[in-house]
Design a protein around this ligand. Structure first.
Ligand code: H79
Length: 476
């Protein structure tokens, strides 16, 4: 319920078709070098405070469920025959060029009656997921929590009237899962003052009543909606993590206001880098005190081990929101497990998205893929949870490596079965080698500095056969 009803002066003011700020390049698609070498300087280090926050649970968790759920989930990527060309269904307001009025009419009917927070949390837990991050407000500006700042939320605006964030937060914590929210702090298509990511977002299409001379003022939007809603979230919900996105228009001063607000109320709550850093931009050292870990690009898998702890915002499909219209593909179980393993071996978590359906049920395809991951993790979890990145300089062509924190155990993830029937790894003084798939000893020999393993004729696991190697000295 909205309590502090401020006079909204802006609605009747004017519009410009495309303000100069809008046409700035996308935060997630900068021109130029986007290589990991360019983005991550080896000397970068998170602050001691951030490292301590990471160590509380985040570094051990590895597997998070990202959830994109909102009004867009009901449209499934198409509105009145339009908009299915974009790969992200949560972008329907832009892809179908809907006015705020048209989108509000859809929001008015949002009624996910089948939503069952306990069922979601139980499913996630059973699949080996350790934390959950759900969209509390995406770029469309619609909140899935009961906001006092704006009535454009699930409780006040829809027939559903239940606080999804509260219910899911409680259900996750009941299952021992950590809980976080995504919040679009910069973009808000419902707010004429908010900055727009790119030229596809046209202020006068979204807000046709604005006058031609309307001058957007991002700080007015931040003061009126974005920062007060973040304050509500950290004050009223037991958040372990807050996930910002698309920091268009953000600078140090603006970002600091958000960071300070989160830390004032919830000192242990993790903050991701997109508070200010573009997923594929160079990491600036002065930004590091503002956030706790680095989100790499959307659906990006690291190709090498990285010097900062990262999280890959991946998805089971090509979209984040539930999408059935137009182009959309799902990853195979094998692809998803390989992406996950590479992310962990590079030194990071995989935050793998599912888009629940408009009726509130989880997408069965997503549950199937998570299920395959969970089954694999039941057998191979020790090679993933609470591990550290590949201790060697090189990543082998047959797969990847993770290691125990003390460096005394290394896990060889054989993702591509070598035609030669053997693998050789330099720099591992092995004293034992066993397959996690069946607990049996591997046929191995140490020749000088090289560990050689003669493999069985077939993989022991359809996705990733893991060899656990005990070392005579730490690989650290
Ligand atoms: O929440 C998910 C995305 O909606 C969000 N980040 C993830 C976690 C995101 N917002 N912006 N972007 C990602 C990048 C924007 C890409 C775009 Fe496009 C290029 C928007 C319009 C052109 C992709 C291609 C989406 C539509 C066409």
């Amino acid at each position: 319920m909205k309590t502090n009803v401020g006079t909204v002066l802006l609605i009747c003011l004017g519009a410009v078709a495309s303000h100069a700020k809008d046409t700035a390049k996308s935060p997630n698609q900068p021109a130029g070098d986007v290589s990991f070498e360019y983005r991550f300087d080896d000397r970068l280090q998170q602050t001691p405070d951030s490292l301590a926050r990471q160590a509380l649970w985040f570094r051990d968790a590895k597997f998070g469920a990202f959830i994109h759920f909102g009004v867009y989930s009901t449209l499934e990527g198409e509105y009145e025959g339009r908009g299915s060309g974009f790969r992200y269904s949560e972008w329907i307001q832009i892809s179908a060029q809907m006015s705020a009025k048209e989108y509000h009419a859809v929001a008015k009917t949002f009624n996910p009656t089948e939503f069952d927070a306990d069922a979601w949390a139980t499913t996630f837990k059973d699949c080996g997921i350790k934390y959950v991050v759900i969209t509390s407000k995406h770029h469309d500006g619609f909140a899935l929590f009961d906001s006092m700042v704006s009535d454009y939320d699930i409780v006040d605006y829809t027939p559903f009237k239940r606080d999804i964030i509260k219910e899911l937060c409680d259900a996750c914590h009941k299952q021992g899962l950590k809980f976080g929210v995504y919040y679009s702090h910069a973009q808000d298509w419902d707010e004429p003052d908010a900055p727009y990511l790119n030229s596809r977002c046209k202020r006068n299409v979204l807000h046709p009543d604005l006058l031609a001379d309307f001058e957007p003022d991002m700080d007015r939007y931040i003061a009126k909606k974005s920062l007060p809603q973040v304050e509500e979230l950290v004050k009223n919900y037991d958040l372990d993590l807050i996930w910002f996105d698309t920091p268009v228009g953000m600078d140090m001063e603006r970002a600091r206001r958000f960071s300070d607000t989160v830390r004032k109320y919830r000192p242990d709550c993790l903050i991701n880098s997109r508070l200010i850093h573009r997923g594929k931009g160079k990491i600036e050292p002065e930004y590091l005190p503002l956030y706790d870990y680095v989100s790499i690009g959307d659906k990006e898998v690291p190709t090498k081990k990285l010097p900062l702890y990262v999280e890959s915002p991946d998805s089971v499909s090509s979209s984040f929101g539930y999408k059935t219209k137009g182009n959309c593909y799902y990853h195979t179980e094998k692809e998803m497990i390989h992406r996950f393993v590479h992310t962990v071996c590079a030194g990071g978590n995989a935050l793998i998205n599912n888009g629940p359906m408009g009726n509130g049920r989880l997408d069965p395809e997503a549950v199937r893929i998570y299920g395959a991951m969970g089954a694999w993790l039941k057998v191979n979890g020790e090679s993933i949870y609470a591990t550290v990145r590949n201790p060697l300089d090189e990543k082998p062509e047959w797969g990847d490596l993770s290691a125990s924190k003390d460096g005394r155990t290394v896990y060889l993830h054989i993702l591509e079965w070598p035609a030669s029937g053997t693998i050789a790894v330099k720099g591992l003084p092995a004293t034992a080698a066993t397959y996690l798939a069946n607990g049996e000893n591997a046929d191995y020999a140490v020749e000088g500095e090289v560990l050689k393993i003669t493999l069985p004729s077939e993989p022991l696991d359809p996705y990733d056969t893991v060899v656990k190697v005990a070392l005579s000295s730490s690989s650290k």
